[in-house]
Design a protein. Sequence first.
Length: 262
Amino acid sequence: MASSPPILDKARGLFETLLLFEGGPVELEAHLERLSASLLAVFGAELPPRLAEEAWERAYGIELGRMRIDVRPGDPGTAVTLSTEDVDPADFFPDSERGATLRAVSREGGLGPHKWADRRWLDGAAAGSVPLLLDRGEEVLEAGRANLFAAFEGVLVTPTADGRILPGIARAGAIATAGEAGIEVTERSLTRAELLAADEAFLTGSVRGVEPIATLDGAALPPTGEISRRVGDGLRQRWLGAPVAIAGPAPAAARPPDRPAR
């Protein structure tokens, strides 16, 4: 297991990453609410009032992509940068052949509930691998780009959002989707050994959706099964098959022609 990553430079600010689908930002309201709460809690600052409208404008015309929103408080105000890029459809709710390769990283106390722009702790990751943060006692916290779920005898387990992990938007959607599908969900401590012994396990993120896990430190994890499929199907429907909430009205120029606001 790798040693603890460097100390975070919180002055670099915060960021959010969200999915863009058919010209609209998915779960924009939830992402901006989380970003706003973190910005206020950490820096005592507020988001610009037109950020939602700007996000819609930048999303226009993108069929499948991602948007990153960076915020960095300063004088005279909060600096905001929006950037977008296309997403490979094969990385959107990927199949088992594109499952994540996890590498355990010790991070006592985790990274906390805010999404820090300083990502230097990812720099040491082996090419193609995703860091898996572990607290003392090899307690699983979260992956570098996602939250984690594991299934045991039909019960879905995910680490508790107790201030040590980012409370993911996709994580919340997966928990709600599982409940609607009649799948029991438990938030509790989860160890590395338990994860390796799970019936199935997957990651949840706001761009990839439900992502299979291929290996952890070289050890193969079981292929995703019925629970992963049902949660993935439900989350995809939640994002793409229903109206997408936005923070405030989108300007007409930011919407695809002849489409309702999503």
